[in-house]
Design a protein around this ligand. Structure first.
Ligand SMILES: [Ca+2]
Ligand SMILES: [Ca+2]
Ligand SMILES: [Ca+2]
Ligand SMILES: [Ca+2]
Length: 462
């Protein structure tokens, strides 16, 4: 299993870094030349953000748009999307609240639906009952006032509306996320997409990574690592209308002999997969496709094999803890990406009984803050509590047999499942799942492709 231990650097050795930067700088959406992020993936140069540290007195209220352009994901303290503030630490899977509230209604619970209707559309009077137009305090200087603090003497720190849903945060106000104009969302990384799991009273958006402007639904697609050898080993995007596979980046030879059974993306954009043959974590590096350069991406093995033989699902949570579901021992455990080692297996249970899972997929629901598992042979979607291993059925779905993959799509708030060669769309609102189609490459519709992982993948082909 150690045959692929040596980290490969095929790509790097064939193109200079300067060349890569030059390539990455073309065809991008960046205003200035792009820079490499260490993954060979482009990103826009960091731009000083007027919004990130607005001092409440700056007075420049209403510079809403400028709150946004910080392209550097690290600008936000909690780069994991900031959803959960329990501070468990990346390596201390605390199974915080998130997973304990799987209420079975799958994501339909709160936000969105109501959100917009309540108040926003910035600045128009009459939307709030709390003294609109009567000098509300604008403590964070974003041009929108605190509805609970109106009727003040007019001054530099007051505005004529009470529409701010968080007057302590200049990145949160009606219209903060261009994704949803008028909605009072929080957009800490300024990429135009609202935080999927903001604080109380704030409308949830579709940004599962609100600490990283390079990750949002506009920059990633549902995809997978395909090493089924129908085509070359590669990272693919999956067209969710017809289950078509679109090559994003061919991968270097090390994939030969591997079996990829789980893939997930960390909040910094690094993509990790489980290699079931080597029982080892692999990092999938690519990025030249951003500049339409079709040279090979790279696959780098973790320092140590985890040795867990039956991992069928892999998913980072909001704290960037990487969870693995082992269908061999029917346990949930977490893997340290730095060492590659797995830790603290927790037995899975359902209704108080041991839960037997053979093949699966796993993903993180960034709205409901929970791990979701596709139990392929059990024909169901489960939540699994990160602390107790308790599973709860949240959806029934008719699946086949064979290897699986699962991923959450945060705009529509639905799931996609692969089982063997088929793609299925699974709503979380209790409505029926629908079979999308058989995975296939364009022009090869009669040649089904088998894939055993699904994940958001960076999609930066211009
Ligand atoms: Ca304000
Ligand atoms: Ca605010
Ligand atoms: Ca955002
Ligand atoms: Ca983001």
């Amino acid at each position: 299993m150690n045959k692929q231990d040596t980290p490969k650097s095929f790509s790097l050795t064939h193109l200079s870094l300067a060349g890569l930067l030059a390539l990455a700088g073309t065809g991008s959406g960046c205003a200035a030349a792009c820079e490499d992020d260490g993954l060979l993936q482009e990103r826009c140069p960091a731009v000083a953000s007027a919004g990130t540290d607005t001092d409440s007195d700056s007075g420049s209220n209403g510079d809403a748009a400028s709150a946004g352009n910080s392209a550097d994901g690290s600008a936000s303290a909690d780069g994991t999307g900031g959803a959960s503030a329990d501070g468990g630490g990346a390596t201390a899977p605390d199974g915080d609240g998130g997973a304990t509230d799987p209420d079975g209604d799958g994501g339909a619970t709160d936000p969105d639906a109501d959100g917009g209707a309540t108040d926003p559309d910035a600045g128009d009077s009459g939307s709030d009952d709390a003294g609109v137009g009567t000098s509300c305090l604008d403590a964070d200087g974003d041009g929108f006032g605190d509805p609970t603090d109106c009727d003040n003497p007019p001054g530099d720190d007051t505005v004529d509306n009470g529409d701010d849903c968080d007057d302590t945060d200049p990145n949160t106000f009606p219209g903060a996320a261009t994704e949803a104009p008028g909605e009072c969302m929080s957009d800490a990384d300024g990429d135009g997409w609202g935080d999927a799991a903001p604080g109380p009273g704030i409308v949830a958006g579709a940004d599962c990574w609100d600490g990283n402007a390079n990750l949002n639904p506009g920059l990633v697609s549902i995809g997978a690592v395909d090493n089924a050898l129908i085509a070359a080993d590669q990272v693919v995007r999956i067209v969710t209308d017809d289950a078509r596979l679109v090559p994003l980046a061919p991968l270097d030879a090390p994939l030969l002999g591997m079996s990829i059974t789980g893939t997930s993306i960390r909040s910094d954009g690094h993509i990790f997969s489980n290699d079931d043959d080597g029982d080892r974590l692999r990092e999938i590096e690519y990025g030249a496709v951003c500049a339409e350069q079709a040279f090979f991406g790279d696959v780098v093995g973790a320092p140590s094999a985890h040795g867990v033989g039956g991992i069928c699902g892999l998913a980072f949570d909001d704290m960037d803890t990487l969870w693995a579901l082992d269908g061999g021992t029917n346990t949930l455990q977490w893997i340290d990406e730095g060492t590659g080692l797995a830790h603290d297996p927790i037995p899975l249970t359902l209704d108080g009984q041991p839960l037997d899972i053979d093949s699966c997929g796993m993903t993180w629901d960034c709205h409901e803050q929970r791990l979701l598992v596709a139990d392929i042979e059990g024909d169901r979607i489960l939540t699994v509590d990160r602390t107790t291993g308790e599973a709860i059925v949240v959806a029934d779905v008719s699946l086949g047999v064979g290897s699986g993959g699962l991923t959450y799509e945060p705009v529509a708030r639905v799931l996609y499942v692969v089982d063997g060669t088929d793609l299925t769309h699974v709503p979380l609102d209790g409505t029926d799942a629908t079979h999308v189609g058989t995975l296939h490459y364009e022009g090869l519709i009669d040649v089904p492709s088998q894939i055993a992982n699904l994940a958001p993948v960076l999609d930066c082909v211009p």
